[in-house]
Write a protein that binds this ligand. Structure first.
Ligand code: SF4
Length: 397
């Protein structure tokens, strides 16, 4: 049964509660749901119901297409001046033994180690330290572009930008313009956590607040540039805080249209100051993807980080509104493993990721940062040397 039939089946159900029906009708007619309806979905929407609605939207927008990209991560440092309660980085600054602080040269060497490899993007994000100031990042971006002009630089979040602009005494508009001139091409979605001050002040009180986070993205969008947005869910927030978070994003997106992708991030409770807080269940994770897909009607893409939620949950998420699975990472990222991710060494080859997507009946598309198709893997035959080797046993007569 395709997603349209599934939605029709729901609507034909005589026992469907009135509010369930009203929301399903809205989804069918591509109408926006309200704040209260968003909260209602979190409170009353069972997994099967929200899944059908989200899958209908997902397939209407993208059919079976499932995107991924080939990127690599550079994390300048795992130490941080801030003290976010959910983060394992901030703990480390007190015990510098486990920390690293890359120099400009170290980071350029990481870039050079990918010479000749078909990666399209360098994703640069990490902790906040005083030596990584505006001049440092301008130099880093321009040196990377000088070395490899075709490599897309997706770097830093408003948390870093707010910090370095304040130190350099420049306003957000000027700062973002200077970053663009240095080679920055897009901004990842991190640092958003939960916007509402009731929660933000308990889990991430010192870094940029919600308005500052949104203003920096707005300035970036005004330059004609794109960015992503995240939400750290499943800890001490209430459902309405999640809807409030998405509402603020939806409003900015109405204004600028600069967001590409929404990425819900599951709170993990390992090695941080919130280890007493239980983690969300897989059912809750899937419901959260689905409701995000329904609520954020002006976002093109919903992404899952397979390394955070496990390969099998990532496969399931493709039926709950997700159309993008984060790339073929190698072990250059330590953020996931340090945050207690399902995969401690999150590496997956392109062939493995393609297989994982095809196994659930979706169509794997390698994309660049802006979702231009790099390779359509639907009927792609991998070269023999990449396939697993099977050896025939000798036949004994
Ligand atoms: S979440 Fe980011 S800003 Fe907060 S302590 Fe960790 S690295 Fe620093």
């Amino acid at each position: 049964m395709n997603s349209e039939h599934q939605l029709e089946t729901i609507l034909k159900d005589q026992n469907l509660p009135k509010q369930h029906r009203a929301i399903a009708e809205k989804v069918k007619n591509s109408e926006r749901i309200t704040f209260d309806e968003g909260v209602y979905l979190f409170e009353k929407g069972d997994l099967a119901y929200v899944g059908v609605l989200a899958n209908y939207i997902r397939e209407k927008r993208h059919g079976n297409k499932t995107y991924f990209n080939r990127n690599f991560h550079i994390e300048p440092t795992n130490l941080c001046v801030y003290d976010c309660k959910f983060c394992s980085y901030s703990v480390l600054i007190k015990e510098r033994s486990e920390g690293w602080e890359y120099t400009l040269e170290d980071m350029l060497n990481i870039v050079k180690s990918y010479d000749g490899q078909p990666v399209t993007e360098a994703h640069i994000v990490g902790g906040v330290l005083p030596q990584y100031d505006m001049t440092f990042y301008q130099k880093l971006f321009s040196e990377i572009k000088k070395h490899r002009p075709d490599l897309h630089i997706k770097a830093l979040t408003p948390v870093e930008y707010h910090y370095i602009f304040k130190k350099a005494k420049v306003d957000y508009a000027t700062g973002m313009k200077l970053m663009k001139e240095a080679g920055l091409e897009s901004m990842p979605g991190g640092g958003a956590e939960i916007f509402h001050p009731e929660i933000r002040e308990q889990i991430a009180k010192d870094k940029c607040n919600a308005d500052q986070w949104l203003q920096i993205h707005e300035e970036w969008h005004k330059l004609g540039k794109r960015s992503n947005a995240t939400m750290l869910y499943g800890h001490i927030e209430k459902f309405w805080h999640r809807v409030d978070h998405m509402e603020r994003l939806r409003q900015l997106q109405d204004k600028t249209g600069g967001f590409q992708t929404f990425i819900p991030l599951k709170f993990r409770n390992q090695d941080n100051q919130m280890s007493n807080v239980p983690e969300s269940t897989v059912v809750e994770d899937l419901r959260n993807y689905a409701i995000s897909r329904i609520y954020l009607d002006n976002f093109d893409h919903i992404k899952a980080y397979w390394a955070m939620i496990s390969r099998s949950t990532a496969q399931l998420s493709l039926n709950f509104g997700v159309d993008d699975i984060d790339g073929t990472l190698d072990d250059t990222t330590k953020i996931y493993s340090m945050a207690g991710a399902e995969e401690q060494h999150p590496g997956m080859s392109t062939m493995e990721l393609v297989k994982l997507i095809k196994a659930v009946g979706r169509k794997p598309i390698e994309r660049d940062t802006f979702y231009n198709v790099v390779t359509d893997y639907e009927n792609f035959d991998f070269p023999d040397e990449l396939k697993p080797k099977y050896y025939a046993l000798p036949v004994l007569n």
